[in-house]
Design a binder for this molecule. Structure first.
Ligand SMILES: NC(=O)c1ccc[n+]([C@@H]2O[C@H](COP(=O)([O-])OP(=O)(O)OC[C@H]3O[C@@H](n4cnc5c(N)ncnc54)[C@H](O)[C@@H]3O)[C@@H](O)[C@H]2O)c1
Length: 355
């Protein structure tokens, strides 16, 4: 690993802490510092694990430039965010904007000042909601399927690719991410910043503090584990909405490869997600959770759609997969099993957060 002083913002969160621990394990010669304001409930549980691995924790906030004074940084992984697509709906968007947009600018300034390479975790939520929900689909027995022969560019049965149109509304959350991506591109162009943007679909796995508005896979397994009720909300209330997901271990393999071969990926934007073969509907997820936990829970049906919800999202990551030659290791069953075992092994710590 060419990078010796790595800063991970949001490094106590799900993605940040997993990347920090795995990078430290694979590259013990690199100094890893994580910064986090511990806003996300459950992030505090990472601190013990980070410390035990020899990773330095700084309690700081990316909204404050003063918190970002570091002596040396040669790689910045920007993983801090308000990651909920519902953020700002029915309330002030201030925290969302100040963290996801202004905070990202502050992080980019750190990278510029130190001449550090940077990797920005963006989201599939940059793609406009009305275009996605307007795609041709079929309703199958347990899920909605995207059809081939779409008129919208970048859409096929393989999912949504990078050339999908971007000119309509996408949620306040998605907009903070797209606006940040645009500023990253300007820093690359104007200052010669080395940067990669990864637009991720749903990421999941152990140490995600799943809640109703973010982290649905973990939430679903946890509610089964703790025998609590759930609801299928929207699109007829039958749980046919589909998402693809990528296991955090597979995302790490992708990011590690990008970091080790930075110049090959530099200045580019990649969709990174599980794809059609790693997609499930809520109904299908329920069956996997029942199998893993041995529990069946009550699931209510709410027909009305929820704001910002999508009938389906499948990430078409062909650009990244062809360039990298990677394929994903963890399918839906394995992923649910990993989450189940993590909850079982850490039940006392996780119950107050996930139940
Ligand atoms: N998890 C997913 O499914 C997913 C999908 C696509 C993109 N992403 C992106 O990946 C990144 C990581 O998401 P995650 O799933 O780990 O979320 P997370 O909530 O688990 O982690 C984010 C961390 O950022 C911290 N944070 C929030 N505001 C901060 C601030 N102002 N200053 C410093 N720290 C702050 C939180 O305390 C938390 O620990 C985010 O940028 C998110 O938008 C996540």
């Amino acid at each position: 690993m060419q990078y010796k002083d790595i800063l991970i913002t949001g490094g106590a969160g799900f993605v940040g802490s997993n990347l920090a621990l795995k990078l430290k394990q694979d590259f013990p010669g690199s100094k890893i510092t994580v910064l986090d304001n511990l806003k996300r409930r459950g992030s505090e549980l990472s601190l013990k694990r980070l410390k035990a691995a020899g990773i330095e924790f700084v309690h700081g906030d990316i909204r404050n430039r003063e918190d970002l004074a570091f002596e040396k940084v040669d790689l910045l992984l920007e993983c801090s965010a308000e990651p909920s697509v519902l953020a700002g709906i029915g309330s002030s968007p201030d925290y969302l904007m100040n963290t996801n947009l202004v905070g990202t600018l502050n992080c980019l300034e750190v990278a510029r000042q130190h001449g550090a390479a940077s990797l920005f975790l963006s989201t599939s939520r940059v793609y406009p909601i009305s275009y996605i929900n307007g795609l041709k689909f079929e309703e199958a027995e347990t899920r909605f399927n995207i059809l081939d022969g779409q008129e919208t560019p970048g859409a096929s049965s393989k999912g949504i690719a990078e050339n999908f149109p971007l000119d309509r509304a996408r949620s306040l959350y998605g907009t903070t991410k797209l606006a940040s991506e645009m500023v990253v591109a300007e820093y690359v162009d104007t200052y010669g910043l080395k940067a990669i943007v990864d637009r991720c679909g749903v990421i999941t796995g152990p140490w995600q503090m799943g809640k109703i508005d973010q982290g649905v896979f973990v939430l679903w397994v946890a509610k089964h584990y703790f025998k609590q009720s759930l609801s299928y909300i929207g699109y007829g209330g039958e749980g046919k909405q589909v998402r693809d997901f990528i296991h955090i271990d597979d995302l790490y393999r992708a990011i590690k490869l990008q970091l080790e071969n930075f110049d090959e990926y530099n200045g580019q934007t990649y969709n990174i997600g599980g794809g059609l073969e790693n997609s499930v509907s809520l109904q299908e997820l329920t069956a996997l959770c029942e199998k893993a936990t041995g529990n069946k829970v009550d699931i209510a049906s709410v027909k009305e759609d929820r704001p910002a919800d999508l009938r389906f999202f499948i990430t078409d990551s062909t650009k990244f997969l062809e360039q990298s030659g990677l394929s994903w290791n963890k399918n839906a069953e394995q992923t649910v099993q990993d989450i189940y075992e993590w909850i079982r092994d850490n039940e006392a710590d996780l119950k107050p957060i996930l139940a």
